[in-house]
Design a binder for this molecule. Structure first.
Ligand code: HEC
Length: 136
């Protein structure tokens, strides 16, 4: 019982600097990460890649032909430090409304705010997970 409590308390400790985020994800970061993964596979992987490395199947089909901006590679370390607000804005309103590629579609109609928060959480965590699994 004591160990179980410890495990539950850990994610709350790490998110202590972000009181809002920790209040929203009481179930812990892991559950939110998994929800984010499911959404990512359904809505984002065709461009950003099923491993989030920017190598989705649309890339070969469309982007290389059009020689346009490629979908971002979320395994790069930089995404851990991107403000959640910035990521949320791009996912909700799309690239074109944020001075980026028009091939990044807006998802504000299709996805709920909770869905988008799960995706933001995932994107910020992917670099850490990637390093852990690829270079243990
Ligand atoms: C049709 C292809 C496509 C789909 C589907 C798509 N994206 Fe993108 N996305 C792009 C492209 C292309 C860019 C690069 C925009 C640029 O750099 O100008 C991008 C950029 C982004 C960025 C900006 C990151 C940065 O480099 O600063 C975020 C965040 C993002 N996408 C999240 C998502 C999420 C989350 C989903 C799924 C809900 C998704 N995208 C689905 C094509 C796509």
């Amino acid at each position: 019982m004591i160990t179980k409590l410890h495990i539950l308390a850990l994610p709350l400790l790490f998110s202590a600097a972000l009181p809002l985020a920790s209040a929203q994800s009481k179930a812990g970061g892991e559950a939110q990460y998994e929800r984010g993964e499911k959404l990512f596979t359904t809505y984002c992987a065709r461009c950003h890649g099923k491993h989030a490395d920017g190598e989705g199947r649309m890339v070969k089909r469309l982007y290389r032909k059009l020689k346009t901006q490629l979908p971002s590679n979320f395994t790069l370390g930089i995404y851990a430090d991107r403000p959640a607000e910035y990521l949320r804005k791009i996912i909700t309103y799309g690239g074109e409304n944020n001075a980026m590629s028009k091939y990044m579609p807006p998802f504000g109609e299709e996805l709920s705010d909770e869905n988008i928060d799960d995706l933001v959480h995932l994107i910020k965590k992917i670099p850490e997970k990637h390093i852990r699994t690829i270079n243990p």
